[in-house]
Design a binder for this molecule. Structure first.
Ligand SMILES: [Fe+2]
Ligand SMILES: [Fe+2]
Length: 176
């Protein structure tokens, strides 16, 4: 059994189970932000820091392992993968801007709300539209291998958008 960074227990190393568990942790922080109410700048600041950390790690392991492997192994899903890369790129831009802002900034809440809307849509699309096709197209063993690689990569994944490996990802998205 594997313990995730957010304290959840994973019963398998299946790639889709792993990514959906990340999504759960991300949605939980989104809810906390939405429930924080007015005049909670300090609390919202801490929640956004957590959101940034979770998103930076999650998009990193998807970009480095899940997306390129799905693209290679299931060419029919190429359009879905390319659209997902673009959605990550939009999230990266918002995350980088938020990381440079203080919670009392005029646009802090608005920018976080737009990030939440975009990422929620993106995670819904992954879970409903193309993860089921990935499960159908790849065997159990292949999904476990991918999951194991992502669990391993999480140990060295960037947790902040200013770290070199996160910056490289952002630059690749613009020039490739
Ligand atoms: Fe994603
Ligand atoms: Fe995801």
């Amino acid at each position: 059994m594997i313990q995730t960074s957010e304290g959840r227990k994973l019963m398998s190393t299946d790639a889709i189970v792993l990514l959906k568990t990340d999504h759960k942790d991300i949605r939980e922080q989104f809810r906390r932000f939405q429930q924080a109410g007015e005049n909670a700048a300090a609390e919202k600041g801490r929640i956004v820091e957590k959101i940034i950390e979770l998103l930076t790690v999650h998009t990193y392991i998807e970009n480095e392992v899940m997306y390129p492997e799905v693209r290679r192994l299931l060419p029919d899903l190429e359009d879905d993968v390319l659209e997902s890369y673009e959605e990550h790129h939009v999230a990266d831009l918002l995350v980088a801007e938020l990381a440079a802002m203080t919670p009392d900034a005029e646009r802090f809440d608005a920018k976080t709300t737009v990030l939440i809307e975009n990422v929620s849509h993106h995670m819904d699309e992954e879970e409903q539209d193309w993860f089921p096709k990935v499960r159908e197209g790849l065997g159990r063993k292949q999904l476990q291998d991918l999951g194991e690689r992502m669990i391993e990569l999480k140990k060295t994944a960037p947790t902040s958008p200013a770290q070199p490996s996160a910056l490289k990802k952002a630059i690749d998205a613009v020039i490739s």
